[in-house]
Ligand binder design. Sequence first.
Ligand code: ADP
Ligand SMILES: O=C(O)[C@@H](O)C(=O)COP(=O)(O)O
Length: 425
Amino acid sequence: MTLSLGCIADDYTGASDLANTLAKEGLRTIQTIGIPTDDLALPEVDAIVVSLKIRSIAAPEAVERARASDRWLRERGADHVMYKICSTFDSTDKGNIGPVLDSLRADAGETTVLVTPAFPQTGRTVYQGNLFVGAAPLNESPLKDHPLNPMHDANLVRVLARQSAAAVGLVNLAIVARGAEAIVERLAQLASDGNGAAITDAVFESDLEAIGAAALRQRLSIGASGLGLGLARGLIAAGTVRCHERTAVYGKPFAGPAAILAGSCSQATLEQIAKAEQTMPVLRLDPEKLLNGREEAQLALDWAAERMARTPVIIASSSNPDDVSRLQTRYGRDAVGQVIERSLAAIAEGLVGRGVRRLIVAGGETSGAVVDRLAIPAFSLGQEIVAGVPVLHSIGGRHGDMVLALKSGNFGGESFFADALAIMA
Ligand SMILES: Nc1ncnc2c1ncn2[C@@H]1O[C@H](COP(=O)(O)OP(=O)(O)O)[C@@H](O)[C@H]1O
Ligand SMILES: O=C(O)[C@@H](O)C(=O)COP(=O)(O)O
């Protein structure tokens, strides 16, 4: 297989979001969980998105894993590799986007890497280097309260400069609006001024097309799904890839119980759980009990087992920002996150052991923990549920055929869970 585009995603929901965008734009795409083993049979594809769970880990390990994925993709023919980060630039000042950028840039022999988290379909736009979530600057959006990566600065030139060893410049909207050549020229100028990265403004899809065409002149780019859209359209426009209809991956309906697990504390997920509570049973886990023993997870499984033959069930650890911060002050942020992720992963395994084959997971880190526990090696892309969230069909793995939806915490409208279940039926 010769890849036209290689992608590395820093979390699993982000990977499925990007894979969905590429498939929607006509690229035959699969999502792998880490670097696949040689014995995994993969279909002929144009793009592979390697999913890593490195968004919130220390930089040296994130760098090592991203570089290994980059080597693997390039060995399979990918001339251009996109590193997928969150459209809300989730990272801390100690975060690893900068170090990963520095090392992938050196490996690719590039001077100035184009970076844009813009994803207008979900309201993420970048203007003068400032990231907006809908109408709010990033630091005034719900992302200011994220349990792992609270974002307190909307100016991405500053945010990235704090993380990267190299200087960071800006390709502003006025330049982007002039098209791909103008972007390429600006990148060359930023390179000669010694910049290692360039935050690039984008507000509309036409901006992303110009950005994609410019980015393809280089071997590496960094961004969210909007950049994926630009790259995909650029590859098709250049005739490198033929546009394919997204193929239906399964014909038979998926019978059997369905379950939803939520570890996201994002505002959209909290609203989705509240809405779903009107029509299906919801078990709200006590995070404190999860931290103090394994009984809460077992009780959750018993609770689900009593109901799931009749109805989909939701099991959620999600809490509001005040409760999250109280718990973190008492037990430590990383410990809380990891214990809850492990508990939800154990519950997922128990549910699948009891026959669940349709599973929705809300939260990026949570999805990573769940998919790792279920040891699913790869996914093909099914129908889009909402912008950024596709139905995923398992490829390989010990549980047989499954359909999953890995929902980024902040994606989807109020009725997301009911909508997803209807599509996954
Ligand atoms: N009640 C809670 N209190 C504190 N942290 C929580 C709680 N419930 C879940 N978490 C943790 O918060 C983090 C949520 O991150 P994630 O799953 O990536 O969601 P999102 O997609 O919204 O970012 C996870 O590490 C999860 O374990
Ligand atoms: O780019 C995005 O916003 C998403 O693809 C994504 O990465 C979301 O991350 P989580 O909110 O942690 O799921």
